[in-house]
Every structure is written in structure tokens, then in C-alpha cells.
Design a protein around this ligand. Structure first.
Ligand SMILES: *Cc1c(COP(=O)(O)O)cnc(C)c1O
Length: 427
């Protein structure tokens, strides 16, 4: 569609936007009495107004019921986590039995690697992307060392080509083929946190499975953002945090997926605790571990209810809206942001390089912009003028116009502020 760089045009898109009313369900930080323009929902999503109710419910149950809250609360705590499976499975394209929530993301990936990274002298290598999110790099290297291997030998990074910003699927497949039967695990971030590139998870999963490796995905930047079909793609395991696109609050609990073919099998070991023990016999406190028949067998401790409550609140909103509606608006509003950035670049004679793929299949909500001629001072100017963006060295800003709460008017206003900032000749 053709866009216009005007307040009237942006307002007309807002009027036609079926998700427009959701903006009012979120709490925005204020700048000079007005909502900020919030582009950092890829880092910490905004707080839904209804979330306080969910947390209050737990706090009140704790006050009035105390220990009885485990069984007698309206949403009993002992199986609170089971309330997520049905709706969360729709967000990630899984069966309800394959999905649950616990811990935090890096912890969950470590625990899942206990099950799915079991190197042998012949098959010990892990394939990941170069410059993965730092926590993933530390996690993978420490797992490799834990098993007595040398990260320099055991970790194979997929590289971008010289001068290119994105990974090519063909290069990923080539790496998988080259490592072949030495590959124990392929573990990649499904959406790259720096460029916003969406990997072709289906094709990569299939290729990795064909070599006999296990495949896991870190979906921190993918969940609630892009279409996922974990079950149909044949993914072995995945995990994601809930505080980015899923608006569940700082450090809130993480979701995870374990393919149903590994439920009820002794072939896959795991670290165990009482919350993974069969619900029916959990409180018999018997010495022998009887696993839950689904992904919940990977649970260890009793669930962090105060961290799950905001996640449940957000999940209910996602379920009401549905990923299809989110993705439809996402494609349009990201294109509008791209259009406005180009308009500003022309008007100010600037060289902005959008390092996120142009192709809609290969990107989600985030646009990463290499500012070239401008730097930290322009970023500071934006923040001081009520625009929340995220800064990455050397001079990349990341912008996420989150479909649930960003308006087209926000995008237009951002363009005007950006233009003014540039006219001040900030370097
Ligand atoms: C945000 C993010 C994390 C964060 O990990 P935590 O364990 O939740 O602190 C990990 N990996 C990726 C790719 C991320 O984007």
C-alpha cells in the first residue's frame, strides 16, 4: 500500500486499526504529561492495566488463605502453571502437552540442554549463530566445558558473509552439512536480537534433524512476535522469556516447549524435582520419581506464582487478540515505520541503513537502523524528547513498534522528532 507522511494519514490508519483500542489497556511512562513513544517493547514490554488485578489476586489469596491458597485459591497455586499450556501452545504452535512455564530463560535452556546436549566423542559439536545473545554464548560455552570438551573445537558458529548484515539460510544449511554427524545440537536464536532477522526455523530444523542432531530454539525475540509452528516443524525443544513482546514484567517466568516424542521416555534424561513428579502422587512424597506425562516432567520447584500472575494476565490478552491479528498489524506498522525513516532520511539528507531484512518473511516487529553519521547524541536527544529507543554499539538503534500498543500517529510523531534532532546537527 502507499503511505503518506502526514498526521492526517497516520490518524486515518489508527481509525481503521482493529487493534487500536488495546493501546488504552497499557500503562505508558509519561513525558511532559504525555505518553512516551515506546519502541523498546522488544526489551521490556509495557504493563497491561489488568496485570495488577492478577498480582493482587495472588497477594490477597496469600493474605486470606495463607497455606490453603495452594488448593483453595480461585486459581490454586499447586497447579497454577497448568493454566498456561492451552493458550500458550497457540502462541508457539504446539500441543498443550508440549508447553509449560517455569524459571527464567537461560536457566531453562541450561536444563533443556541437560536433556538434549549429551555429547559423545564422535558427536559433540554445537552449531549456533555468531554473535549470539551474550547469555547464550556463555551458556553454550559453559555446557561444553562442563562435559569436558573445548569450546574452540565444539562450538561451530554460523557466519555472515563479509559486508552483509544477515545470515543466509543456505550458509546455515552448509554449516550443518559440513559438521554432519559430529553435530550434537543446533541451538540458535529464532529472531536475531541485534538485526531482527527471523531465521527460517522450519528449513533449518529439518536439515538439522536429517543429520541426527537435536534442535533447540531460543525464542526470546520470537514469541508473541512471529508465527511459530514448533510441533509441525519437528523442533525438539525451545524456551523463551515472557517480559519482551509478552509484556509480563521484569524477570518474569519463562515458557518452554518439549516435543511430545520425548514425553514418557527413559531415553532422555533430565534434572528432576518434586514439581515434575506425577501430580496424582506428588504429595505422597514417595522416594521414586514418577514423571508427569507431558512437558511438566521438566518442572523442578514449586511454581513462582507472583511471577506467573503477570504472565497469565498477558497471555489472556494474547489469546483474545490472536497472533494472526497481531502479525497483520505488525506487517503494516513496521512498513509504515520503514517508510517514515526513508522520508526523514531524504528530508535531512541522511544515510540511515536499515539492517533488518526488507522481506516481510524474514523480519518481525523490530527495525534496526545503522545511523552512520549520527551517534549517541541523537539517541540522547530522542530519549530526552520522550522517544524510548534502544542503543547498541557502534551506532545502531533498535525500534519495535509493538502492534498491541503502538499507534500510527506515534510513528509519524517519531519522524518529526527525529527530523528536529538531526537538524540540530547532533553527531
Ligand atoms: C533477552 C534474551 C535472553 C535473556 O535471558 P534471561 O535468562 O531471561 O535473562 C536470552 N537470550 C536471548 C536471545 C535474549 O534475547
Amino acid at each position: 500500500m502507499s503511505f503518506e507522511n502526514s498526521l492526517g494519514f497516520a490518524s486515518s490508519l489508527d481509525e481503521k486499526d482493529p487493534l487500536a483500542s488495546y493501546r488504552n489497556q497499557f500503562i505508558f511512562p509519561q513525558h511532559q504529561g504525555k505518553d512516551v513513544i515506546y519502541f523498546t517493547g522488544n526489551s521490556l514490554g509495557l504493563q497491561p492495566k489488568q496485570t495488577k488485578k492478577y498480582i493482587d489476586e495472588v497477594v490477597n489469596d496469600w493474605a486470606s488463605l495463607a497455606v490453603e491458597g495452594h488448593f483453595k485459591a480461585d486459581k490454586p497455586w499447586w497447579d497454577y502453571h497448568e493454566r498456561f499450556s492451552e493458550q500458550l501452545s497457540k502462541v508457539v504452535g504446539a500441543k498443550p502437552s508440549e508447553v509449560s512455564v517455569m524459571n527464567t530463560l537461560t536457566v531453562n535452556l541450561h536444563l533443556l540442554m541437560v536433556s538434549f546436549y549429551r555429547p559423545s566423542s564422535k558427536r559433540f559439536k554445537i552449531i549456533c549463530e555468531e554473535k549470539a545473545f551474550p547469555s547464550d554464548q556463555y551458556m553454550i560455552a559453559s555446557q561444553v566445558r562442563f562435559h569436558g570438551y573445548d569450546p574452540k573445537e565444539a562450538i561451530v558458529e554460523i557466519k555472515k558473509r563479509e559486508g552483509e548484515h544477515h545470515f543466509r539460510t543456505a550458509d546455515v544449511l552448509k554449516t550443518i552439512a559440513a559438521v554432519g554427524d559430529e553435530c550434537a545440537l543446533v541451538l540458535i536464536g529464532g529472531v536475531n536480537y541485534y538485526t531482527g532477522q527471523v531465521f527460517d526455523m522450519k528449513t533449518i530444523t529439518k536439515a538439522a534433524k536429517n543429520t541426527g542432531a537435536f534442535v533447540g530454539w531460543d525464542l526470546a525475540h520470537a514469541v508473541g512476535n512471529v508465527s511459530l509452528q514448533l510441533h509441525d516443524w519437528g523442533v525438539d525443544f525451545a524456551s523463551w522469556c515472557s517480559y519482551k513482546y509478552m509484556n509480563s514484567g521484569p524477570g518474569s517466568a519463562s515458557g518452554y516447549f518439549v516435543n511430545e516424542k520425548y514425553h514418557n521416555t527413559k531415553e532422555i534424561p533430565r534434572l528432576e524435582g518434586w514439581w515434575g513428579h506425577s501430580k496424582k502422587e506428588r504429595f505422597l512424597m514417595a522416594p521414586e520419581f514418577i514423571p508427569e506425562p507431558d512437558a511438566n516432567a521438566w518442572q523442578i520447584s514449586n511454581a513462582p506464582i507472583l511471577s506467573l500472575a503477570p504472565y497469565l494476565s498477558s497471555l489472556h490478552m494474547f489469546d483474545e487478540v490472536g497472533m494472526d491479528a497481531i502479525i497483520t498489524k505488525r506487517n503494516k506498522i513496521v512498513s509504515y515505520l520503514e517508510f517514515i525513516l526513508k522520508e526523514v532520511a531524504i528530508a535531512t539528507n541522511s544515510n540511515f541503513e536499515i539492517i533488518t531484512p526488507v522481506n516481510q518473511e524474514e523480519r518481525g516487529t523490530q527495525l534496526s537502523v545503522f545511523l552512520h553519521d549520527y551517534g549517541r547524541e541523537l539517541f540522547d536527544y530522542l530519549m530526552e524528547h520522550g522517544v524510548f529507543v534502544d542503543w547498541r554499539e557502534p551506532n545502531v538503534i533498535r525500534l519495535a513498534p509493538v502492534p498491541l500498543y503502538i499507534s500510527y500517529k506515534d510513528i509519524f510523531n517519531f519522524g518529526e522528532i527525529l527530523k528536529k534532532g538531526i537538524s540540530k546537527n547532533l553527531k
